[in-house]
Design a protein around this ligand. Structure first.
Ligand code: GLN
Length: 385
């Protein structure tokens, strides 16, 4: 007999367990190589752990300031200014969050009211729409069309109405691996000009861009900066996704509202990790080297799949490679991702789950943030399909 006998009408009736949890669990159960959920199977240099441990042993184990440890906010300000020429005041305009997902949720929670519309570009990371819905807002979807997945700014513009509170954008883009050009920033600036529309810019893969591309940050655009919450993640940058530490840049008035919500959602983020990260950031090579590091993995993975019947889509950034399996089977991607996990021992993410109404473009997402040996074994298994 359950103890709770009332009925709880779901706030998220159409949402199940996130695909990342589902596929990682299946990979663990079946012993498959896990190229599904995006996380590295290798470690950070021990120096980072030594720094965190040093602060822990030195007694830095009580609450950090609500908006984040000051040395970390200062280090973030230096990094962002050096990379994007954008000045953010660590005191009032930078807030340390418990990872990217909390940053997104908090930005939505502090701004979106019942009746507001929020424009998303689909395929969209799976937390965006539920965050909007939990706040009583209505997600409105623009299309990133297969196979190029480029934003159609004319469509986005058509979807902006007087009810639009916010647009959530993401570059480099998960799951497609596409990245913006400067013209995308210009288009977004043009269509929001003169409106009260806010921007949430999910830039957690800002340091993973290939073939000489430069990251197009909303922080570095003089106009967009003023209306944007720009977020990033140390988990992605320093191979520590389980630490759940990220940050949000936003102009003072927006940061003030962000912090009003943040203080009651997480209050603050664990102290020794923040202090360790602050010191680790002092050496820019530690994040500037990430593109070359992952480009080698991307190339290894793509090369290894040349013999397979998968068709690889371009990958401009992130640590995700999309592959079409249209030449192999017309099974739905969710069924195929599960079958390949069980039968060939490689777990991936079906791209249809990133749409409100699942579409069958017959595309799977593979995470290549893995040891070269893991990637080679995965390629051998996939080559036979
Ligand atoms: N961002 C990661 C991915 O896309 C997953 C994060 C999570 O599991 N919540 O795979």
């Amino acid at each position: 007999m359950p103890h709770y006998t009332g009925s709880l009408p779901s706030r998220l009736p159409r949402v199940g367990t996130t695909i990342f949890t589902v596929m990682s669990r299946l990979a663990t159960e079946t012993g498959a190589l896990n190229l599904s959920q995006g996380f590295p199977d290798f470690t950070s240099p021990p120096g980072l752990f030594d720094l965190v441990s040093k602060h822990m042993h030195a007694g830095q184990n009580q609450y950090a300031p609500m908006a984040g440890a000051i040395p970390l906010r200062e280090a973030i300000a230096r990094k962002v200014e050096a990379l994007y020429g954008a000045r953010y005041d660590p005191e009032h305009e930078i807030t340390v969050t418990a990872g990217g997902t909390q940053a997104i949720f908090t930005a939505v929670a502090c701004a979106v009211r019942p009746g507001d519309e929020v424009v998303l570009l689909e395929p969209a990371y799976d937390s965006y729409a539920p965050a909007v819905e939990l706040c009583g807002g209505t997600p409105v979807r623009a299309r990133l069309a297969f196979p190029g997945y480029r934003p159609d700014w004319a469509e986005v513009k058509r979807l902006v109405t007087p009810r639009t509170r916010m647009i959530i954008v993401n570059t480099p883009h998960n799951p497609t691996g596409t990245a913006w050009e400067p013209s995308d920033l210009e288009a977004l600036a043009a269509l929001t000009r003169g409106t009260g529309v806010l921007v949430v810019a999910d830039e957690v893969y800002e340091h993973i861009l290939f073939d000489g591309r430069r990251h197009q940050s909303c922080a570095g655009h003089a106009e967009l900066r003023d209306r944007s919450f720009v977020l990033s993640s140390f988990g992605k940058t320093f191979h520590v996704t389980g630490w759940k530490v990220g940050y949000v840049l936003a102009p003072r008035e927006l940061s003030l509202e962000f912090r009003k919500a943040h203080q009651f959602i997480v209050f603050t983020v664990n102290t020794p990790v923040q202090l360790g990260l602050a010191e680790w950031l002092a050496e820019p090579e530690r994040y500037l080297g990430l593109s070359a590091f992952y480009q080698a993995k991307r190339d290894l993975f793509r090369e290894g799949l040349r013999a397979s019947r998968l068709e690889l889509l371009p990958c401009q950034g992130t640590y995700f490679q999309l592959a079409s399996y249209a030449r192999i089977t017309d099974e739905p991607d969710t069924a195929l991702a599960e079958r390949w996990t069980r039968e060939i021992g490689v777990a991936s993410i079906p791209v249809s789950v990133f749409y409100e109404t699942p579409r069958q473009d017959r595309v799977l997402r593979f995470c290549f943030a893995k040891n070269d040996d893991t990637l080679k074994r995965a390629c051998e298994r996939l080559a036979g399909v």
